[in-house]
Design a protein around this ligand. Structure first.
Ligand code: INI
Length: 155
C-alpha cells in the first residue's frame, strides 16, 4: 500500500521566527504584513511569533541560523526583496541569501522558508507583495505551517 505523508496547515503552538531584511522596506513591509495576517488567520498566537530585522537579504542566513538554533523555534520564515540593478551585486546578494537559507535548514533540521523576492524590477516585486501576483509573505507563512506539521509526522 502506498503511504502518503504531507503536512496540514494546523496552527503551530511552538515558536515561529520571521527574519526580515529592511532593504526595499516598502515592499518588505507588505510581505511581513502578509505573513503575519496569514499566521494569525490560521490561529497562531502573537506570543508564538518573533520578528527579527536585519539590514539586507545578505544578512538573513546568520540571523535565521541563530533563530533556528533556539529550542522553542519550530520554523523560520525569511522575508526580503532583492531587486536587480545595473551591477552584479544582485546575483551575489540573492545567491548568498538563497544558499545560506538552504544551508541553515539542512544544518538545523528545521524549516527555513525562503520568502525573499528576487526580481528584475520594482514592478515585479510590487506584484508579488500583495497585488496581482498575490503576497509571497502570506505564501511563506502557509509553507512554514505545512513544513512544521510535515516534520512532526516524519520525526
Ligand atoms: N539587500 C537587499 O535585501 N535587497 C537588495 O536589492 C539589495 N541590493 O540591491 O543591493 C541589498 N543589498 C544589501 C545587502 O543585502 C547587504 O545588506 C549589504 O551588502 C551589507 O552586507
Amino acid at each position: 500500500m502506498t503511504r502518503l505523508i504531507e503536512g496540514d496547515l494546523v496552527a503551530s503552538t511552538a515558536g515561529i521566527t520571521i527574519v526580515v531584511a529592511r532593504f526595499n522596506e516598502l515592499i518588505v513591509d507588505s510581505l511581513l504584513n502578509g505573513a503575519l495576517t496569514t499566521l494569525k488567520r490560521q490561529g497562531v498566537q502573537d506570543k508564538n511569533i518573533t520578528i527579527v530585522k536585519v539590514p539586507g537579504a545578505f544578512e538573513i542566513p546568520l540571523a535565521a541560523q541563530l533563530a533556528a538554533e533556539q529550542s522553542d523555534c519550530a520554523a523560520v520564515i525569511t522575508l526580503g526583496a532583492v531587486i536587480r540593478g545595473g551591477t552584479p551585486h544582485f546575483d551575489y546578494v540573492a545567491g548568498q541569501a538563497a544558499s545560506g537559507v538552504t544551508a541553515v535548514a539542512l544544518k538545523t533540521g528545521k524549516p527555513v522558508v525562503f520568502g525573499v523576492l528576487t526580481t528584475d524590477s520594482i514592478e515585479q516585486a510590487i506584484e508579488r507583495a500583495g497585488t496581482k501576483a498575490g503576497n509571497k509573505g502570506a505564501d511563506a507563512a502557509m509553507t512554514a505551517l505545512e513544513m512544521i506539521n510535515l516534520i512532526r509526522k516524519m520525526a
